[in-house]
Design a protein around this ligand. Structure first.
Ligand SMILES: Cc1ncc(COP(=O)(O)O)c(C=O)c1O
Length: 398
């Protein structure tokens, strides 16, 4: 067996299941989950219809590179959304469709890491666990940058030793962040690009929550947008990950893309030919329809906005809670241990949240996720409000 498999950490939900094993929940209260970050708004009807109308495509093998029309729809969308110089993000060279960003993140790391003994993949801490697992299975060592309220949940890149940057092969960014929702500014992205040039590493920006933002006039900055703003129109050393899962409530479609540096993507495409993860044609056609429509995305944002506006004031009765810059999570501090909070809340109120420490690693004795919980506002509005009221009851009666 691959010995690195034994280095993988249990997934956060496995840890949660273990925490709760043997615990009883109140029979008179229905379960409400704020634990798993799975979108629950309905999938758009027009997307379902495209799939239903193209079932005959099941008779064909899809290509790894995908349909030209899909990459064109993605190039149009990204160019418009991120103010790119028209014609610089080409469907032919700068875009690779993937079966969701999880798969894309994992496989990109496998294709770019050079297995040297000192190879490092640097990521925020807390982080999306695939960054770490992909690094370990590619033979690299994960290096974690703490994110907490002292740095606004964005790594302090200037605190990272030069030796770490020298060994760094990929730096992951997650903006808007999971779990904090924090958005990395253009200024910081520019600084990160300078570091990548100086130390020759790839900046991989996971932007799968980029379309869930509260202010219609202020969408989050993206890495390619910063490239365009500083005249880096070849996107050198930069790749971004985008997904229809959150933007369009299509987590089951498994559809996203990687875009950016053409040299990286050429080798990545070659890797994927062997990896064997081509997107089914009917899913590509459905994805084209989804990327070409913004109305359903605006409605989606409005639904999340309504939930944040309803839930945050209720929770503020009993705990400090900030509105996130973007995304669908709350990341409040707990008045005592995050594990105790999650366990008791389940036992007393049948509401599930994820202990923050399960999303992060302890480095030098410090775990930046400790004494926070992640609450995903994915359930319908009434359920989110009910969950918030039960949290108030729990803390008031404890
Ligand atoms: C930060 C982050 N990146 C990537 C993903 C993967 O999303 P998908 O594979 O559905 O595109 C998730 C899913 O929860 C996530 O939270």
């Amino acid at each position: 067996m691959n010995p690195n498999l034994s280095l993988l950490h249990p997934y956060p939900f496995e840890k949660l299941a273990k925490l709760k094993s043997g615990a009883e929940v109140p029979a008179n209260l229905s379960a409400i989950s704020l634990g798993i970050g799975e979108p629950k708004h309905p999938a758009p009807e027009f997307v379902k219809q495209v799939i239903a109308g193209n079932l005959d495509k099941l008779a064909n093998y899809p290509t790894t590179k995908g349909l030209d029309e899909l990459r064109e729809a993605i190039a149009d969308w990204a160019t418009r959304r991120f103010d790119l110089q028209p014609g610089t993000l080409t469907p032919a060279e700068h875009i690779v469709p993937v079966n969701g960003t999880r798969e894309g993140i994992f496989s990109l790391v496998q294709s770019v890491v050079e297995r040297t003994p000192s190879a490092k993949v640097v990521s925020p801490n807390p982080f999306y666990q695939i960054y770490e697992g992909a690094a370990i299975l590619a033979g690299a060592t994960p290096h974690y940058l703490p994110c907490d309220d002292s740095n606004g949940f964005i790594p302090d890149f200037d605190q990272v030793p030069e030796s770490v940057w020298d060994d760094c092969q990929i730096l992951f960014l997650c903006s808007p962040g999971n779990p904090s929702g924090a958005v990395v500014s253009r200024e910081t992205l520019t600084r990160v690009i300078e570091l990548a040039d100086r130390h020759d590493f790839i900046v991989a920006s996971d932007e799968c929550y980029s379309e869930l933002y509260p202010d219609e006039s202020n969408p989050p900055e993206g890495l390619l947008q910063t490239c365009a703003a500083i005249g880096r129109n070849d996107y050198a050393r930069c790749v971004v990950f985008h997904s229809l899962s959150k933007r369009s409530n299509l987590p089951g479609l498994r559809s996203g893309f990687v875009a950016g540096d053409a040299d990286i993507l050429r080798d990545y495409l070659r890797y994927r030919t062997y990896h064997g993860s081509a997107m089914p044609i009917q899913h590509q056609l459905a994805s084209i329809a989804a990327w070409r429509d913004e109305d359903h995305v605006r409605e989606n944002r409005a639904a999340y906005r309504a939930k944040f506006e309803a839930v945050v004031p209720i929770l503020r009765e009993v705990m400090e809670v900030d509105y996130p810059d973007a995304g669908f999570y709350l990341w409040p501090q707990t008045p005592f241990s995050d594990e105790t909070f999650a366990l008791e809340l389940s036992e007393r109120q049948n509401v599930n949240v994820l202990p923050g420490r399960y999303l992060s690693r302890t480095v030098d004795g410090y775990n930046p996720g400790e004494n926070r919980v992640r609450m995903a506002l994915v359930a319908p509005l009434e359920e989110c409000v009910e969950a918030a009221q039960r949290i108030v009851n729990y803390l008031k009666n404890r």
